[in-house]
Design a protein around this ligand. Structure first.
Ligand SMILES: *Cc1c(COP(=O)(O)O)cnc(C)c1O
Length: 388
């Protein structure tokens, strides 16, 4: 066999420079600021209230379903469309499997929506065309601008009211910053990190006025008074995003989904990975739907702890915003929020602080168990007494 002549590939010039890795990366990617997830430290005895995980474990039925599935079948590919799970979700929501799209966490479905519905700026004739715009309120889920940047799309960030309520449609029209033609609009409802719930009637008014795709990101809706799922079945341009992560104690398994018009769902289906949802995740999510009673009991406990913790922190000088989620946004007294973050960390309690100016005076605290909330209140009491 003839030896390969690499000289032929690289030219006869022996002083070929090897490429520098940085030159191989697209400029857009080189300049990206990646999403910063909350810390997952492994500190013994840490009370972890920073990433809105559920403090209660999944249902025993979910754990046994997952364990029972761990055998030689791991060598097989999972169901490519997560069909059994789609069917179960369709029954739950009163729609057809064609109205349900399952993803590797709801983060994946949000990313796929960006790719399916938004033109990159470079691909649209007018670089400021609404076709190339991802729109969202601020503050809300900080992944949305990252998704726009990854895709090379434009961003339209519109401020919520100072108390984190949503401006109504008339105010959005008056304000002129809102783009009713934006290709894709994300609304976190209930909101994060503010925690406020938005009335379905108000969301419906926005749906009526909006002409591009509107995603209602309901990651926290099980802790709220109402949900807007019916809007995804009523309007062809509205998708509701849900996740098993937060309310259903399944962050580890990465399962989220959209409900919406079959045409939008089949567009997403074309661009996803063939086996985008892992098999154990599908099994865990299906078993979750078989034991919703267990989860409703957990929601009640979290909502009760939320009310208790809100009262106790208010008594100690915190400004606590009303919450319909499994976290509260609070403005602490006496010290800057960032100093509180450290002081609590020194006591092995981890909460979340964001540097964005609209929220940098606040801490976001995940609602843990009642016992964890009690430890937090004791630590806060100690700090307030020593400072006050
Ligand atoms: C946590 C969260 C998600 C992501 O959920 P995954 O299903 O775990 O990817 C999406 N949207 C919001 C607003 C969230 O807080």
């Amino acid at each position: 066999m003839r030896k390969l002549d690499f000289g032929a590939f690289f030219g006869s010039n022996k002083s070929v420079a090897t490429p520098r890795p940085n030159q191989l990366i697209r400029p857009l990617v080189h300049d990206l600021h990646a999403y910063v997830p909350g810390e997952q430290p492994k500190i013994k005895g840490l009370i972890k209230l920073n990433t809105n995980e559920n403090p209660y474990p999944p249902s025993p039925r979910v754990l046994s379903a997952v364990k029972a599935a761990v055998d030689g079948r791991l060598r097989l590919y999972p169901n490519p469309t997560s069909q059994p799970l789609r069917e179960k979700l369709a029954r739950l929501h009163g729609c057809q499997p064609e109205n349900v799209f399952i993803g590797n966490g709801s983060d994946e479905v949000l990313a796929l929506a960006t790719r399916a519905f938004v033109e990159p700026k470079s691909g649209s004739k007018n670089r400021r065309s609404a076709k190339a715009i991802v729109q969202y309120f601020t503050p809300s889920y900080s992944l949305y601008p990252v998704l726009a940047d990854i895709h090379g799309a434009g961003k339209n960030a519109v401020a919520l009211e100072p108390d984190f309520s949503m401006p109504d449609v008339a105010a959005l029209k008056r304000g002129q910053a809102w783009n009713f033609d934006a290709a894709l609009t994300f609304v976190t409802t209930p909101n994060a990190p503010g925690g406020r719930g938005y009335a379905t009637a108000d969301l419906e008014k926005l749906c009526r006025a909006q002409r591009g795709v509107l995603v209602l990101d309901e990651a926290y809706v099980d802790f709220a008074k109402e949900n807007a799922l019916k809007l995804a079945l009523k309007f062809p341009h509205v998708l509701v995003a849900r996740t098993f992560s937060k309310a259903y104690s399944l962050c580890f398994q990465r399962v989220g989904y959209f409900v919406g018009h079959a045409d939008l769902i089949s567009a997403l289906d074309k661009i996803r990975d063939s086996y985008n949802v892992n098999g154990l995740g599908q099994i865990a999510a299906e078993a979750t739907l078989g034991d919703l009673k267990y989860y409703r009991t957990c929601f009640k406990k979290i909502i009760a702890t939320r009310a208790w913790l809100s009262r106790e922190l208010t008594k100690r000088g915190f400004r606590v915003l009303p919450s319909q989620t499994n976290f509260i946004l609070v403005r602490p007294p006496l010290l800057p929020a960032k100093a509180w973050l450290q002081a609590l960390r020194d006591r092995k309690i981890l909460v979340r602080w964001f540097s964005a100016p609209e929220v940098s005076d606040y801490l976001r605290i995940t609602i843990g168990t009642q016992a964890e909330a009690a430890v937090l209140v004791r630590a806060v009491q100690d700090l307030v007494s020593s400072l006050g």
